[in-house]
Structures are given as C-alpha cells and as structure tokens.
Design a protein around this ligand. Structure first.
Ligand code: FE2
Length: 358
C-alpha cells in the first residue's frame, strides 16, 4: 500500500483503503479499480491523495490507533455539533462525551499503541478529520503522561472541540491557499476565544476542556495567540493539544501542499520545542509516533531498499525492514539488533520510480 497524490493517480490503480467523507458515506471502497471518471470526482472534491495497492511491494498491515467506526462516530458527532451551533442550538454535551469516552476506552484498552500513517482527508472535511486525530493523539499522549480516565476524557473533549470556533470564521479565509493578510489572520485567531465561549456556555463540559480551545495556539515563549500566555500560564491540556495540533496539521495532506513525512514533522517539532512547545510533552509524544511508519519505503546505508514492516516500541528510529529482492526471496532485518545498518533515506512517492520498477 502506498499513498498517491490525486494528481498522480492513473486509471487501473487499485484502492487499498476505503475513503470516507465526513458524513460517513464511503466515496471509494477498498479493492475498487480506479477509472478516469472516479479520478475526476476526487479532483472535484479536492481530495488530496488516496491509498493504492502497490503490486511491487509486499502488503503490510498498518495498525490504526482507533477503528474506522469510532473515528466516524466522532466525526459525525462533531459535524452535528457544528450544525447545532450554526442553528443557534446548544452543544449536545452528552453526545460529545460519549464519542470521546469511546476513543478513551479504545486507546486505553490497547498496549503499546504506536501512531503510524495519517489519514487522508477531504479538504471540506479538514476540521473534522483533524479534530478527531488531535483527540486520539492527545489522549495517547495524556495516557503516557499518567493521566487517569477522567482526566483523559476532559482532555479528549477539549481536543475534539478545540477548533469549534472555526464555525464562526469565514470559509474563504479558512481554506485560502495563499498567505493571509493581517486582517484575515486576525479573523482566524478569533476561533480560539469563540470556541472557548461556545464550550463554556455548554452545560456538563468542564472548564478545563473549554480552555483547550482558548489556549491551543498559545506558545511557551509567549509568541502565541490570543493572549500571549507563557509557560505555566498555559494549561497542561492545552500544551498537549498544541503539540499534537502542530504534528497533525503538518502531516496532513492539504490540497495546496504535500504533507510532511513523519520524520520531517518530528524534526519540525524538535525545532519548535526549543522555544514554543513544552519539551517534555514533545519527548513523550515522540515515544508514541513511528518515525518510520509501517509501509514506508527506505534506502539503507548499505544500498539496499526495503519496506518497514514492524516497529520497535523501545526504539522507534530502528524499525524492522523487509528487503526488496529481485528473486522474491523474503529477508528481514531488525535495525535494533543490527546497529551497523541504518536508514539512509526515506523514499518518497515522487522518488519511488528511481528505485522501484513498475
Ligand atoms: Fe486552532
């Protein structure tokens, strides 16, 4: 399986993972062979990329942090919340909590959850897909920090609703591909305070959750918004949300730019951690994210090409690689136990044809 940008899709390619829209409908099912008309539809809907079965690579199972079903339920809940707000009705706290509890239960019931590939989301679904991802990443991080279930739930509710204030921001500004004017940026910044007010006015949701919306763009050195809070002035929940929000935003495909690979996103977090993000939280987050997710094509320092088939939770920078051999012979190397062999480079989709013959 590999991710192919919509502009590079060709008729005849086989879909590897179902592609859902935020209302729960399946746009493309796994196993479907692409036709030109389908590719046109994907372009019309501004869907940035699709997972495709790659016959030249061994098929590997990529574990998910939460099931598609749980993810869809959370997405639909969020969509309903957004509808409620635009209709002037109050948020349904019970539904939000139910969706978050399910995510908490699913994540806490698993051992050694490691985050692998990101989803591919449609641009009109960006806020939904992003919010659900931020929720599971925040809960996973909170779990590693020793939070109990009650804390994880409050953190999760805040994370799921962190961008809810965006409902009040003009779509044209939210989806604008080029850089924003000062006025437009000021308008976007308002989503934090507005989100806070919406959640605060909802009965049954804790004020900590509301502050996640208020503070998730604050930065440790005071360079964030809306209030320029610093260090400990920022609630720990919001510090977690800030880390996972940045990670998910940069690893997500958007129509106007390619996603960063996880190793690039982690480098960016490492840079930001110097001043803007909480060091310790970033470190803990790193422990849960596969730098080289299962399915990544890599070149090793001995010149061999392989695909990541498993990760070592104790050392995520040293995964297990299945070498790609001419004669279909299967040979795997565990980099944790072969210290002289390292990953030299990640082979991105655009460079793939230089390494793999179709
Ligand atoms: Fe935000």
């Amino acid at each position: 399986m590999r991710k192919v940008l919509t502009e590079d899709l060709e008729a005849g390619m086989k879909v590897a993972k179902p592609l859902y829209l935020s209302d729960g409908t399946v746009l493309l099912n796994a196993g479907v062979i692409l036709k030109d008309s389908y590719i046109e539809q994907l372009k019309e809907r501004n869907i940035p990329a699709v997972f495709i079965i790659d016959e030249n690579l061994p098929e590997v199972e990529v574990p998910e942090v939460i099931s598609d079903q749980t993810k869809l339920q959370a997405t639909q809940t969020l969509r309903e919340c957004m509808n409620d707000i635009s209709l002037g009705t109050k948020l349904n706290a019970r539904k939000v909590k139910k969706a978050v509890n399910d995510i908490v239960d699913e994540i806490t019931s698993k051992n050694h959850v490691v985050v692998h590939l990101n989803d591919i989301r449609a641009y009109d679904d960006y806020t939904f897909g992003h919010s659900v991802n931020v929720t599971s990443l925040a809960i996973l991080t909170g779990m590693s920090m020793g939070y109990n279930k009650l804390e994880l739930r409050d953190l999760g509710v805040g994370a799921l609703l962190h961008d809810i204030g965006k409902i009040t921001v003009d779509e044209g500004i939210l989806l604008k591909p080029d850089s924003l004017t000062d006025e437009e940026f000021a308008e976007i910044q308002k989503h934090t305070r507005r989100g806070y007010e919406i959640i605060r006015d909802t009965e049954g949701i804790s004020s900590c959750s509301a502050h996640v919306a208020f503070q998730h763009h604050e930065r440790m050195n005071g360079s964030g918004y809306p209030r320029g809070l610093q260090g400990d002035e920022i609630l720990e929940f919001a510090q977690i949300a800030a880390v996972v929000d940045v990670y998910d935003a940069v690893t997500c495909d958007r129509v106007y730019r390619d996603a960063f690979a996880p190793h690039e996103a982690l480098e960016l977090l490492e840079d930001m951690m110097q001043a803007e993000l909480n060091h310790e939280i970033v470190q803990i987050f790193f422990e849960n994210v596969a730098i080289y997710p299962i399915g990544t094509l890599v070149e090793l320092n001995n010149g061999e090409i392989g695909i990541v088939v498993d990760v070592n939770k104790e050392d995520l920078s040293s995964p297990v690689i299945r070498l790609i051999k001419e004669d279909d012979e299967i040979e795997e190397i565990d980099l944790m136990h072969n210290e002289e062999i390292e990953i030299k480079e990640v082979i991105t989709d655009s460079k793939r044809s230089e390494y793999i013959e179709d």
